[in-house]
Design a protein. Structure first.
Length: 133
């Protein structure tokens, strides 16, 4: 039944003990995570108070754009000039921190069985520390 076909997103907002848990019903078992984030964070039927935003920042070292979750629930990237130096939103899939730029550039697909979390925490000092899964 459709009720059992749900993607789940856990958002760990600072100063909250429990994560905010969002559910998205779908008839498809696998979807690109970027599409799901749009459904989770920008569908007013799901939640209006998250006020989420995504940004791209030009990376002069790679001559390309890096992608970030800029803001959720009033918590923003602390340093947009150098996002990895300060707190930022990090995405985890099945307990592994993943690089949001990699996710966007490679159209990373997840299944309903995958555990997806967003955490506001220190960014990696070196982007190579992230898993490109």
């Amino acid at each position: 039944p459709l009720a059992n076909k749900q993607f789940i997103l856990k958002i760990y907002l600072p100063e909250h003990i429990q994560p905010k848990v969002l559910f998205y019903n779908s008839e498809i078992d696998k979807e690109p995570i970027t599409d799901l984030m749009n459904s989770f964070l920008f569908t007013s039927a799901i939640d209006d108070d998250l006020d989420a935003n995504f940004i791209s920042i030009y990376n002069k070292y790679t001559d390309s754009f890096d992608y970030y979750i800029q803001r959720i629930g009033g918590y923003e990237i602390e340093n947009e000039e150098e996002p990895n130096k300060g707190k930022m939103w990090n995405c985890y899939i099945n307990k592994e921190k993943i690089d949001w730029t990699y996710v966007c550039n490679n159209n990373r697909v997840i299944s309903m069985n995958d555990e997806v979390e967003l955490r506001y925490e220190e960014g990696p000092k070196d982007k190579l520390q992230l898993t490109n899964c």
